[in-house]
Design a protein around this ligand. Structure first.
Ligand SMILES: Nc1ncnc2c1ncn2[C@@H]1O[C@H](COP(=O)(O)OP(=O)(O)OP(=O)(O)O)[C@@H](O)[C@H]1O
Length: 292
């Protein structure tokens, strides 16, 4: 599956003024701890005439890590991309139902998708730093979003510290990002994402291209990031979901009467519950390795 991997690319979707989103740029939230940051109500995603996933209703809680698991093709990435309008960049893709962000419909006409993607950032499966210096990678989003405050050096340091990369790169900020290891590149992509001060970070299998040591570092980092950010992660790795997440959504794909396969959300609950006492047999079969 291919889709543009640069959430900052304003050449793809021209910026519009956003009337709908009125939150503080730091991501300050309305409501209490339990108010969902994002809420999905009967969401379905279509690619042309094909309904890839249907009937998804679940909240994404603030400062928690929500994992999406399930067999290949069940629509995890599709749903993840619906959370920051990344599917807009795929010709023929459309979302029905309601994805709300602090109670506002993310797909309302007057909502600016570029602003959505700044507040709800994304980290991809394959580390995708730009062929630029480490410093320029971090400042890229600041420039694109016209967030250059004159304190750029401080912001770069802050973002790199936030991504647990500062100590490893502080003496070589002007060297190419492509010279970093895969794990460092992925942490740089996280630094690039947090530099624009999002509230939510979406991660689409962020460790699948990394070795176990680099994976461990990203998982540790996710725990740290959850103190300040709301995180949604798609992972194939059930142990990873069990290790890092607070809540887990299990998806599967099932054939309809016409023999067409659609993804659907089977069960959503606290991660401990999903992995020890799932309510649905399909979840149990999956987590015990009997299926998928
Ligand atoms: N750009 C696209 N165009 C058409 N169909 C697509 C596109 N992207 C995904 N699909 C289809 O939507 C369904 C869900 O795909 P998706 O990639 O979301 O599943 P997934 O659970 O993330 O799978 P995987 O774990 O293999 O990445 C699949 O049938 C897939 O072929």
């Amino acid at each position: 599956m291919t889709y543009p991997e640069d959430p900052m690319d304003t050449t793809i979707v021209p910026p519009r003024l956003s009337a709908g989103l009125s939150l503080h740029p730091s991501g300050a939230t309305h409501g209490g701890e339990n108010t969902p940051v994002i809420d999905l109500a009967d969401v379905a995603v279509w690619y042309g005439d094909y309904q890839a996933v249907r009937g998804v209703s679940m909240p994404v809680a603030r400062n928690q890590i929500t994992a999406m698991i399930g067999p290949s093709g069940c629509g995890k990435s599709t749903v993840l991309r619906s959370l920051n309008r990344m599917n807009d960049l795929i010709g023929g893709a459309r979302v029905t139902g309601v994805v709300s962000y602090h109670g506002q419909d993310l797909y309302a006409r007057d909502v600016d998708p570029i602003e959505v993607r700044r507040r709800i950032g994304m980290v991809f499966q394959k580390p995708n730093p730009f062929p630029k210096s480490i410093y320029d990678n971090v400042t890229y989003g600041l420039k694109v979003n016209k967030m250059d405050t004159g304190r750029t050096d401080d912001l770069v340091e802050q973002a790199l510290r936030g991504a647990a990369l500062w100590d490893e790169v502080k003496d070589k900020l002007k060297t190419s990002a492509l010279a970093l290891s895969g794990g460092q590149q992925q942490r740089l992509c996280i630094a690039r994402t947090i530099a624009v001060r999002p509230e939510v970070i979406l991660m689409d299998e962020p460790c699948s291209a990394l070795d176990p040591i680099a994976t461990g570092k990203i998982e540790d980092l996710m725990h740290e990031l959850a103190a300040s950010y709301t995180i949604v992660i798609v992972t194939h790795n059930m142990q990873q979901a069990a290790r890092v997440s607070h809540r887990t959504a299990f998806f599967t794909a099932e054939l309809d009467d016409a023999g067409v396969r659609h993804g659907r959300l089977v069960e959503f609950n606290d991660t401990g519950r999903i992995f020890t006492n799932p309510a649905d047999k399909r979840t149990e079969d999956y987590i015990t390795g009997r299926f998928g």
